[in-house]
Design a protein around this ligand. Structure first.
Ligand code: NDP
Length: 328
């Protein structure tokens, strides 16, 4: 069978592509420009240790062109592309519009082509953010982030929430008959094939490069990119995954616990130690407004259930310390 992977150049997508090939699928990718194809195939080949040459079709989430050609003759679509910048954008629409309209472009093209199933990469950002003080003790797939809460939510989390909702609305309405399954990863770590991918790797690169004095009292769920890729394939193959979203997460760690893992693995490296007092982080946020959006999370340990991931998709997550060290 043939699978289209959108945003083929990305951190998660590149692992997904290699695992799909490993399982015998024929893979096509999209990138914003076909100029990226040669470099991508080189990176994939280097990591796989054997020649990989996937076809790349140019398509941008912000444009109509390319999507019909991208889905031509494919059986499944893995819609992974979405803007994931390191810094907060000037306007939230810079993320919301491509995330939402791009997902709809992909779904419409898939429906028109008679694609069997679309698996979409959403995020924990669509589940556990913007709750303010009311966040449930343990988050599950029934929960949704509050995209209207502009005070306690980030543009990125709002974009993921709005895009995922739009996708479900589409398959429950106009796009009925098209199967959809959604993966909601927590912070994705693990081996990167090149240095210029995903913002999530900053969780490891910043302390490694000594860019933090100490850690804010923030916690993150961790999942290895290899498990995220596998979850996407299981969700594509298993009938019971249709119409479902899956929290894709393993251990939850405080940032200083991540630092501890790094300090043990790299004793010669200067890695920050200890926790910044919350009042200092709050003060920092006064001069660095994007930080304000994490303030509601300060001092609160995140908790979620990964029962569906384990039971329906059969994934037992790689331990966080392995994922962290592989990122480093
Ligand atoms: P990357 O930044 O490595 O990948 C993002 C991909 O999206 C890139 O391939 C990028 O293409 C593409 N993209 C961005 N904007 C556009 C656009 N306008 N048109 C077409 N393509 C676009 O990050 P990840 O691999 O981590 O992210 C992949 C997906 O996983 C995203 O949907 C992200 O929201 C989601 N996710 C990631 C998590 C994480 O911790 N890493 C956690 C939860 C979800 P280009 O190379 O051209 O920029």
């Amino acid at each position: 069978a043939k699978v289209l992977v959108t945003g083929a150049t990305g951190f998660i997508a590149s692992h997904l592509i290699l695992q799909l090939i490993e399982r015998g699928y024929e893979v096509r990718g999209t990138a914003r420009s076909t100029d990226k194809a040669a470099r991508l195939n080189q990176i994939l080949s280097d990591y796989a240790g054997k020649p990989v040459a996937i076809e790349i079709v140019a398509a941008d989430l912000n444009k109509d062109e390319g999507w019909a050609e991208a889905v031509k003759g494919v059986d499944f679509v893995q819609h992974v592309a979405s803007p994931f910048p390191t810094d907060a954008p000037k306007s939230a629409d810079e993320l919301i519009i491509p995330a939402r309209d791009g997902a709809l472009r992909v779904l419409r093209a898939a429906k028109a082509e008679g694609v069997k199933r679309v698996v979409m990469t959403s995020s924990m950002a669509a589940i556990g953010y913007g709750w303010g003080e009311k966040r449930p003790e343990t988050l599950t797939e029934v929960h949704w982030s509050n995209a209207d809460n502009l005070k306690d939510n980030t543009a990125y989390a709002r974009s993921k929430t709005i895009a995922e909702k739009a996708a479900w609305d589409y398959v429950n309405g106009e796009g009925a008959g098209l199967e959809l399954s959604v993966i909601n990863p927590v912070a994705v770590l693990g081996p990167a094939m090149s240095a210029d991918v995903s913002s999530s790797l900053q969780l490891v690169s910043q302390p490694l490069e000594g860019k933090l004095p100490a850690f804010p009292k923030l916690s993150f769920g961790v999942i290895d990119v290899r498990d995220v890729a596998r979850a996407h394939i299981e969700a594509m193959e298993r009938p019971e995954a249709v119409g479902e979203r899956f929290i894709c997460g393993g251990d939850v760690l405080w940032m200083d616990e991540m630092g501890e893992v790094l300090r043990k693995a790299f004793p010669d490296q200067k890695i920050p130690k200890g926790t910044l007092p919350n009042w200092l982080v709050r003060l920092f946020a006064q001069i660095n407004p994007p930080l304000k959006q994490v303030l509601p999370e300060l001092g609160k340990k995140r908790a979620y259930s990964n029962k569906k991931l384990k039971t329906v998709l059969g994934i037992d997550p790689i331990p966080a310390d392995e994922a962290i060290i592989a990122s480093a």
